[in-house]
Design a protein around this ligand. Structure first.
Ligand code: 5GP
Length: 205
């Protein structure tokens, strides 16, 4: 895969406010696009095919796995989720930075395939806030919420595997932090090597 654009992964337990955070940053940072995942879960009210997710039947998802169409895929909360490799590859080659919102298992797969990925973990400020956000959302059944809380308890232990950490207490503060991370990734020496080499060459000597 080409290295012209940067790949940035964010992971967070559901209910951590990650989606609002990502949306805010995507609106503000030019040259950053969201990779819309495929999932076999049912759409929540208001979710649209091709916007939040591509909602596909299990059979189709399994065919896509067989055909090698995913950069990574995982089972989360009893459903399949996966990142289509074609979109990511095409945008990175075009020099666009791509944001993936994926779970811890998926982030590990991406890191193994692309060690240059920048990874960000979003932590909710407390277990009480997470539970309250999940229950307020009221889009999932009580059992689904309990399952998500249990997965969250497991997932947050993985924060140390990530390069950056944002505690999502205040949305605006967290958005500015995530925005800064994207800008810092763009300033990495490895990313700017060709540009810098051009400048240095003109110094001669
Ligand atoms: P939700 O169903 O609440 O939208 O998402 C549940 C979890 O699945 C979240 O942790 C989210 O980051 C994760 N997820 C969403 N898309 C993908 C994906 O393409 N791959 C993986 N591995 N996880 C995903």
């Amino acid at each position: 895969m080409s290295n012209k654009g940067n790949l940035i992964v964010i992971s967070a337990p559901s209910g951590s406010g990650k989606t609002s955070l990502a949306l805010r940053v995507l609106q503000r940072v030019p040259g950053l696009e969201f990779s819309v995942s495929h999932t076999t879960r049912q759409p929540r009210p208001g979710e649209r095919h091709g916007v939040e997710y591509y909602f596909v039947p299990v059979g189709q998802f399994e065919e896509m796995i067989e055909a090698g169409e995913f950069l990574e895929h995982a089972r989360v909360h009893g459903n399949y989720y996966g990142t289509g490799v074609r979109f990511v590859q095409e945008r990175l080659e075009a020099g666009v930075d791509v944001l993936l919102d994926i779970d811890v298992q998926g982030a590990r797969q991406v890191k193994a395939a692309r060690p240059d990925v920048a990874s960000v973990f979003i932590l909710p400020p407390s277990t009480e806030v997470l539970e309250e956000r999940l229950r307020q959302r009221a889009q999932d059944s009580s059992e689904a919420i309990d399952r998500r809380l249990e997965v969250a308890r497991q997932e947050i232990r993985s924060f140390e595997e990530y390069d950056f950490l944002v505690v999502n207490d205040d949305l605006e503060t967290s958005a500015r932090e995530l925005q800064s991370i994207v800008l810092a990734v763009r300033c990495r020496t490895a990313v700017q090597r060709d540009r810098a080499a051009g400048i240095v060459a003109r110094f001669g000597g």
